[in-house]
Design a protein around this ligand. Structure first.
Ligand code: PLP
Length: 217
């Protein structure tokens, strides 16, 4: 538990996989966590954080950004188009691009602002009806569509079904990324980031293992 422990485990998993730790970005998922826990991790020098709700992030990150330099903020939860402007103003990366309407909105904002966060396309590898993300079969076409809009697509993201072996989903995501010439793989959470690293994750999203259990709700 804790940042130091997780950093060590990331380094060990990278070494076991014959990978460079510098190629793996540890996103500390701070959603719902008490501000003092987030601040403690900032004080330890960590700068890469993830949030799953735009509004919640707007409530805490402007202050932290004013006080700490070099914060790299990632949106890892679903994004409604009516919150897209707020999202691109606050976040450095968005991991939940999953439909044409959102792609078009982000493209329009990118044109207008001249900058755009790094984008990851979310793939619903488990084909779960309740989960966001493009279906694996539709991923190639959607990557092409986003590229045609000049969007900075850096990679793919997935959240495996809770009751399935995550490695199968990580491997599928890596395969789809490879055939589309994408380097970024946002996969792996507290329970499975080591498997994700073994299968090529470039961005792991770790919350409770760094900060402790989240309050429910
Ligand atoms: C909450 C969340 C995480 C972190 O989950 P932990 O199990 O606490 O590590 C990672 N990815 C997404 C998309 C999340 O919503």
């Amino acid at each position: 538990m804790g940042l130091t422990d997780i950093r060590q485990r990331v380094a060990r998993a990278a070494q076991d996989a014959g990978r460079d730790t510098a190629d793996i970005r540890l996103i500390a998922v701070s959603k719902v966590q008490p501000l003092e826990r987030v601040e403690a991790v900032l004080e330890q020098g960590h700068r890469v954080f993830g949030e799953n709700k735009v509004q919640e992030a707007q409530g805490k990150w402007p202050d932290f950004k004013a006080r700490f330099d070099g914060i790299d903020l990632h949106l890892i939860g679903p994004l409604q188009t009516n919150k897209a402007r707020a999202a691109v103003e606050l976040f450095d990366a968005i991991h939940s691009l999953d439909r044409p309407k959102l792609a078009n909105t982000l493209a329009r904002l990118a044109q207008e602002r001249g900058v755009c966060p790094d984008l990851f396309i979310q793939v619903n590898t488990g084909e779960e009806p309740q989960k966001a993300g493009v279906l694996p079969d539709a991923a190639d076409a959607f990557v092409a569509e986003c590229r045609a809009l000049d969007l900075p697509v850096r990679g793919l993201m997935c959240i495996p079904p809770v009751d399935e072996t995550p490695s199968l989903h990580f491997a599928l995501l890596a395969k789809i990324a490879a055939r589309n010439g994408l380097d970024g793989l946002s996969m792996g959470m507290s329970a499975d980031f080591e498997e994700a690293i073994a299968l090529g994750a470039t961005h792991i999203r770790v919350g409770s293992a760094i900060f402790g259990e989240r309050a429910s709700g």
